[in-house]
Design a protein around this ligand. Sequence first.
Ligand SMILES: Nc1ncnc2c1ncn2[C@@H]1O[C@H](COP(=O)(O)OP(=O)(O)OP(=O)(O)O)[C@@H](O)[C@H]1O
Ligand SMILES: CCCC(=O)O
Length: 370
Amino acid sequence: MHQKEFRILVINPGSTSTKIGIFDNERPVFEKTIRHDTETIHSFDSVIDQYTFRKETILEALDYEGINISKLSCVVGRGGLLRPIEGGTYSVNEPMLKDLKNGYAGEHASNLGGILAFEIAEGLNIPSFIVDPVVVDEMDEIARISGVPEMERKSIFHALNQKAVARRVAKQLNKSYEALRLIVVHMGGGITVGVHKDGRVIDVNNGLHGEGPFSPERAGTVPIGDLVSLCFSGEFYAEEVMKKLVGQGGLVAYLGTNDARTVEERIENGDKKAELIYDAMAYQVAKEIGSASTVLYGQVDAIILTGGLAFGKEFVKKITDRVEWVSDCIIQPGENELQALAEGGLRVLREEETAKVYPGGKTIARVSLD
Ligand SMILES: Nc1ncnc2c1ncn2[C@@H]1O[C@H](COP(=O)(O)OP(=O)(O)OP(=O)(O)O)[C@@H](O)[C@H]1O
Ligand SMILES: CCCC(=O)O
């Protein structure tokens, strides 16, 4: 039987770029990374203030390519720092828009995804969705306990790419995602190690706020007593300490670059410090995988390594050498977030899934994250 054709616009706003794509069903027909110059981005007081600028830029890019948006079936945006929700495709609704605009859990470029999707879709009278935002929270109760009652562990991770890659691998293995026990390791600017069991991410390090391995730009878990001393040393403002942990931590702090390819070149040219730090990052990733394997009592169907760092053959080998005894390692380099957004929208359009409803509620104080 001939399958119905849907045309989907997907929008993934990043801190310095907006990635857009047009998909006919699963097939990408147009993809573009629109880069925004730093001066323009910094001329706005907040991420939300960039809304009109980004919308116009997207519409101009589509117009330039001769893409007629009146033929679209839906618009899908990357979801932002919303309140914790389970994974899936969500219809953009009023409470979600309110939380995105107010920055429920902080400022993040992806807060614009749902807003842009809604505003473009509304004018065309078609549905808008977000898929697997970074706040997807399917953690087991036991995983939430931190050791300090006032501080609960939180699920903030690369949910979109982790879930999409896990589903792709499940397909390759001829199994359903829901039937597998996987450890998925996203290694990009931040690194998150998710424990996927029965289609839920039951434990994961908070990749935004200082948990897990250090990464190209983030500190990961640090010696906590020393962190407290640093905070109260009188030498730094809170924002400065936060920057040390997120943005200016990890490779940036030790080696002055967030580019793993530069680090590899330096190692090749005999830079011993670069070698030690790069080895340490792989060591910490492997340790986190070991820790994640205990969540599954060692019954792990596969370990999946993904994200930009998974392109680095040497780096991957440093990790797999330490964890191959746990399970097979499957390497899926890069990220395919536009495709994942399109597929999330498509599952709903094809009625394979029902769009989930984002809950309403009170808004809490905003925290600046970028
Ligand atoms: N071919 C390669 N070999 C080694 N490292 C690579 C390669 N390509 C990209 N990387 C590294 O991957 C990292 C960036 O990964 P990625 O593009 O997934 O991150 P991002 O999208 O900026 O952040 P995030 O994935 O956390 O949202 C950089 O350190 C980059 O140098
Ligand atoms: C960890 C959440 C996604 C990001 O890196 O911003």
